[in-house]
Design a protein around this ligand. Sequence first.
Ligand code: ADP
Length: 385
Amino acid sequence: MAAMAITTEQVTDALRVVIDPELHKDIVELGMVRSIDFFDEGVRVDVVVSLTTAGCPIRSHFEDSVAKAVGALDGVRQVNVGFDVLSPEEKQGLQERLGRKGGLPEGSLARVKNVICVGSGKGGVGKSTLTANLTAALHAEGKRAAAMDADVWGYSIPRMLGIHGKPSVSADRKILPLIAQGGIPVISIEFFLAEEDRAIVWRGPMLHKAIRQFLEDVDWGELDYLLIDLPPGTGDVSMTLAQLLPQAQFLLVTTPQPAAQKVARRSAEMARQFNLGVLGVIENMSGYTTPSGERVTIFGEGGGEQLAEELDVPLLGKIPLEEDLRIGADTGRPLVLENPDSPAAQAIFHAARGVIAATPEGYALAPVEEELVPAVTGTALPMAS
Ligand code: ADP
């Protein structure tokens, strides 16, 4: 009996067998069913499907599958399938439903397990020195770790890891990082600037583009950790990164002065605002031991503990002042590799192990899990005759 009019719910249910062969989910769940309309008392059904791009090569697959699925419903004689394109906001929503919250296209950083943004409230606290040495320490601990220098004004990672030059481009047009001592891949804005351009003032849109390119066009390969040296404070770069890498985590570097915590807290607040997790705090310049063995707390005491407690995150390390750490940074020979037994190097190794403990396998940027569904199930349905 065709008198019982068919409902939108019935059609929607029927459409759940139409699977997007690339995204491995059905078009209802993906929010790709734009409209369902009935004509001639439900004998004719018009379905509009929204595609990710107008020239979507799997369009005819959707056309056939939708026609079959809806055509199989009782009483339906004719199915018209139309198409339109998802708006940018809808595409973003689709990404979110797929668990890829960020704006990055599929594949970028897919093989990077953890992205850690190293930030500080202000400059000069040793953020870059620690990024360089932590990356080297993680490497020495057997992890695949790379450093990306996003400190666009004070790019010091190349100097600290002793690597300068121009990256080459691979056959598939990806930028290849330069490899520093110990096999550490490094990318810095310095590698892309001619000597005369170094005084350049980077502004919002330009920065956004450069950072995006670092993330999308660099072939990082398989990594356990990508450490990103942020510019001090909160600004355009941090904002861009937080948007592009919603699963990245913050690591905050601070000095022992309790009075300076207000500055560090500001970065932490930004991390919260952008919904990034704070992995922990590292206190740097935590006292100095004189040649006669006396410990002097030049920059005060307790700042790291205080900030960690306030943010309810672990204090991953307290790195003492040590001249060799500075010399190593100036000469491109990270202390953790040059003299791993020195007190500062030991403290950095301790922090690196803390980072490892706080980032269980696949914690951050694990690729989207594929579901066990047949690629095309539309054909399994009998055609309505
Ligand atoms: P930031 O990246 O926060 O601006 P840097 O890493 O450039 O800071 O550090 C500023 C200076 O202090 C550098 O010369 C660096 O080598 C030195 N430095 C940083 N931490 C220590 C430390 N624990 N002991 C000695 N020198 C340090």
